[in-house]
Write a protein that binds this ligand. Sequence first.
Ligand code: HEM
Length: 70
Amino acid sequence: MTTLARRNGGKFPEAHVLDILRNGVVIPAHGLADMPAWGTDSRLMDTFNPSQVSARITELVNYLKSQQAK
Ligand code: HEM
């Protein structure tokens, strides 16, 4: 998780991380991996409203960004 930027030419892949947190990890030809996805998990959607879900995803993206190895 701390080498996401390093592995992306030194730039934190914000849109990629946002997409994965919202929609989950899609393995080509195998569909969704087991990673829980905030935007589609009904347990999360029942607990939080859509704007709370977006706010939490944004906070998590910013946290991961702040943890990148130099
Ligand atoms: C707050 C918790 C989590 C965060 C922030 C997170 C974040 C991420 C991110 C950003 C990626 C993409 C990595 C990349 O593109 O190199 C990823 C991939 C993945 N995550 Fe998570 N994840 C979390 C929890 C989980 C859990 C609980 C599971 C499984 C039960 C899981 C399973 C996976 C899998 C299988 C991949 C694909 C790995 C790969 O491409 O090699 N994640 N996760």
